[in-house]
Design a protein around this ligand. Structure first.
Ligand SMILES: C[S@@+](CC[C@H](N)C(=O)[O-])C[C@H]1O[C@@H](n2cnc3c(N)ncnc32)[C@H](O)[C@@H]1O
Length: 405
């Protein structure tokens, strides 16, 4: 099945830029009707040099190979820039081999992507030495992580905080890809120093994501952004404001509920990481009210629909789906997020539901990624699908109420 080219290329880009998983990537061929790439073929892999691990790029023209090595250190954009330059060329094929999968991306005549993903014939292990720091979006010793207590005073990740670090890192990875795509496709405006991109983190808690997003997008991506964190707890605002002052970071923190918090200006990106239960619905409804172009929400516990499923008789012939508590809870999670996605589509958003961190690290690993591509949709198949589902199951989703659906 085909998918938007940019989205598929962004996924390949993420794999190529992960030195822990990439075995080899090869770009070749050309896209129909586009300017042919200047190289017949390009190969990318990681090599351990005296100066540390580097991304090695070998470009082949008709007669020769040209090899260059690019730093992956956190304070350099070298490897990232090299990959972005190649991704921008109109290659017709990308074959990306990782330690666990082979991805073959083919560009169709309509400039969409078809990606075939297969396991490798035999298990792969890539050994590149153990003494190099892992290339991360934000390194463990970033002052943000030290200040937030994820890393110790020497910049070493605390064993007890590994899950949080990974969660923030993976969220940033999706934020990075989503912002890039939204900028390229014109869903988000290009920010300037005078008019930075306005990002709000709803239910920000201790601000891990708020600070990490600010640091990554400004320092690593070079995108001017201003972040605001909203949390109902005053203690959260006070703590985070003090952290921002110590880091010398311009981040605003507001104490208030997601539904009612007053922001100086409408945000353009809404983030919500594990806002509890229906607070995710509040965040999505707020995003719709603000007509926010990009929303990334990773829901937390799903009590609301779970409670409704317990109280409402299960429609025939689905009784066995709700008989056992554990299955009923899982069904409630699925229903909640499917209904949220459907409601956001009705509001003119293109929605993906993706896994943002591996399930062995946390079961709360679903992310709703919504990009505003049009105005509210009236009637039609999406509406009918939504109505049929809630009627059959006798459900009243909180987001539906908030949006007057
Ligand atoms: C599980 S924590 C997640 C914090 C943070 N996003 C993170 O992932 O590290 C949920 C946070 O949402 C806040 N929260 C829950 N409901 C809220 C609401 N309706 N309005 C504002 N904040 C809310 C809580 O106070 C808590 O700090």
């Amino acid at each position: 099945m085909s998918e938007p080219l940019l989205r598929a290329l962004n996924r390949m880009r993420g794999l190529i830029l992960d030195p822990d998983v990439l075995v080899k990537a090869v770009a070749s061929g050309r896209q129909k009707g586009e300017e042919p790439p200047p190289w017949r073929r390009v190969e990318l892999r990681y090599v351990d040099l005296k100066a540390g691990r580097h991304l090695q790029v070998t470009k082949y023209d008709a007669t020769q190979a040209f090899t260059s090595n690019h730093s992956i250190s956190s304070d350099s954009d070298d490897a990232r820039a090299a990959v972005d330059e190649l991704i921008d060329l109109a290659f017709g094929h990308w074959n990306v081999s990782t330690t666990t999968e082979d991805h073959a991306l083919r560009v169709t005549k309509r400039l969409e992507a078809v990606v075939a993903t297969t396991p490798p014939a035999a298990p792969r292990e890539v050994t590149r030495g153990h003494d190099q720091p892992k290339a991360r979006l934000l390194p463990e010793d970033d002052p943000v992580f030290v200040e937030l207590g994820i890393s110790d005073g020497d910049g070493r990740l605390k064993p007890s905080r590994q899950a949080k670090y990974r969660q923030v890192e993976e969220f940033l990875r999706l934020l990075d890809a989503s912002v890039t795509e939204a900028l390229v496709k014109g869903h988000l405006r290009r920010p300037t120093a005078e008019e930075p991109l306005r990002i709000v983190d709803l239910g920000c808690g201790n601000g891990y994501l708020t600070f990490a997003a600010q640091r990554y997008l400004t320092s690593v991506r070079g995108l001017p952004v201003v972040v605001t964190g909203v949390d109902v707890k005053e203690q959260s605002r006070d703590h985070n404001s003090a952290v921002a002052a110590r880091l010398g970071m311009s981040a605003e923190f507001v104490a208030g509920t997601i539904s009612d918090a007053e922001l100086a200006e409408r945000p353009e990106v809404v983030l919500a990481l594990h806002a509890c239960d229906t607070a995710t619905d509040d965040a999505l409804a707020r995003a719709v009210e603000w007509e926010v172009p990009l929303v990334l929400a990773a829901p937390c516990c799903h009590h609301d629909i779970a409670a409704q499923l317990r109280k409402t008789p299960t429609p025939s012939p689905y009784a066995m789906l709700t008989r056992h508590g554990i299955l009923r809870e899982r069904l409630a999670d699925t229903l909640t997020d499917a209904l949220r996605a459907s409601l956001m589509r009705l509001q003119g958003y293109r929605v993906d539901v993706v896994q943002f961190v591996e399930s062995q690290h946390t079961p709360r690993n679903t992310m709703l990624r919504a990009v505003r591509t049009g105005g509210p949709v009236k009637g039609g198949a999406v509406r009918k699908e939504y109505d049929d589902l809630v009627t059959t199951w006798g459900l009243e989703p909180r987001l539906g109420e908030l949006l007057g659906a």
